[in-house]
Design a protein around this ligand. Structure first.
Ligand code: COD
Length: 301
């Protein structure tokens, strides 16, 4: 896939998924949800301030007829109720509305009603970068702060699942570091080499090629690899970039968005259901891409 629109196209042919929206009273959140509903991608359940939801729908010229709304002004309770809709099977996945990310993540992680599994929850972004020939996954720049090797392996498994949900049969992974040689002083290089070995042992499944450590230029540019005489099966054709910590992931992602005009979709993987985690700065189209990504993964068993 080259464009995020292709995710929308793909998901339109799949069964409509029920989406619980936590604190839905936000114009761009509702605009994206209405658009996803019209395209048959989701049937929303809006949890939030009914009065504000009504007003926004009115301003957008949209009807709320046939849409289930749960009136809840408190953000913590809106997060809790939305997550519970998923854990009790009334919704297929959940989306962050106007509330703080941490409020929703804490509800998702709740031991009683949350959506925890044995795996680690992690953030996965998909970028459509004008200068790159295919969609690029980036993980984890949004949830796990400083993962150890075992956690990185779990984050990578979540990302591979996301890539396979999009239909990729062969998945090329670069484990990012500041250089290609392993240095005991740089834990990112040591972990990246260990992940490459795990990949060679088949830990991430068939058709998944993991290389590391790789600096960013070698991950995305075949020419850079040739100039540096670096032999690689993934250079210049990477699908997933696994970053060593949240700061690198956040910085790379925001650079793509603000300096390279990339479009993006974002999601939390590893829970019982996908969690659509949009940023307040995202426009309605970007939020729609994230909803479509969530619906695609919710459909993927
Ligand atoms: N996957 C599974 N379980 C987890 C995870 C995870 N990624 N993180 C925590 N847990 C479990 C723990 O094992 C524990 O049982 C419980 O949840 C609470 O753990 P804490 O105390 O470490 O977690 P919290 O509630 O203080 O914080 C969890 C957050 C995800 C909120 C925290 O890791 C965080 O703030 N991450 C960064 C989010 C962020 O600010 N992103 C910035 C860009 S959007």
């Amino acid at each position: 896939m080259r464009k995020l629109d292709e995710i929308i196209k793909k998901v339109k042919d799949l069964p409509t998924m029920k989406l619980a929206v936590a604190a839905a009273e936000d114009i761009e959140v509702l605009e994206s949800v209405f658009s996803a509903r019209k395209q048959g991608i989701v049937e929303p359940i809006l949890v939030g301030d009914l009065e504000k939801i009504n007003k926004i729908a009115n301003d957008l010229g949209e009807s709320l007829d046939g849409i289930c709304i749960i009136d809840e002004k408190d953000y913590f309770l809106a997060a809790q109720k939305s997550v519970m809709l998923v854990s009790n099977g009334q919704a297929d996945f959940v989306m962050k509305g106007i509330l703080d990310t941490s409020i929703l993540l804490k509800a998702v992680l709740d031991k009683e009603y949350g959506l925890r599994t044995d795996s680690l929850l992690s953030h996965l972004m998909v970028y459509e970068v004008p200068t790159y020939h295919k969609l690029l996954f980036l993980t984890d720049g949004g949830m796990n702060i400083s993962p150890n090797l075992e956690e990185k392996a779990k984050i990578l498994k979540n990302a591979v699942k996301g890539a396979k949900a999009l239909g990729l049969e062969e998945v090329k992974v670069a484990c990012l570091a500041a250089k290609e040689k392993v240095s005991e002083k740089m834990v990112a290089t040591v972990d990246a080499a260990a992940l490459e070995e795990k990949g060679q042992n088949g830990e991430f499944g068939q058709g998944v090629i993991v290389e590391g450590p790789l600096a960013f230029d070698l991950a995305v540019s075949k020419e850079a690899a040739q100039i540096k005489n670096f032999k690689s099966e993934v250079s210049g054709d990477v699908d997933i970039i696994l970053v060593p910590n949240i700061e690198v992931g956040n910085g790379v992602g925001k650079s793509l968005t603000y300096m390279a005009n990339a479009k993006s979709a974002g999601i939390i993987m590893g829970a019982k259901a996908p969690v659509v985690l949009v940023s307040r700065a995202d426009d309605a189209q970007s939020k729609l891409y994230s909803i479509a990504l969530g619906a695609l993964i919710a459909n993927y068993k």
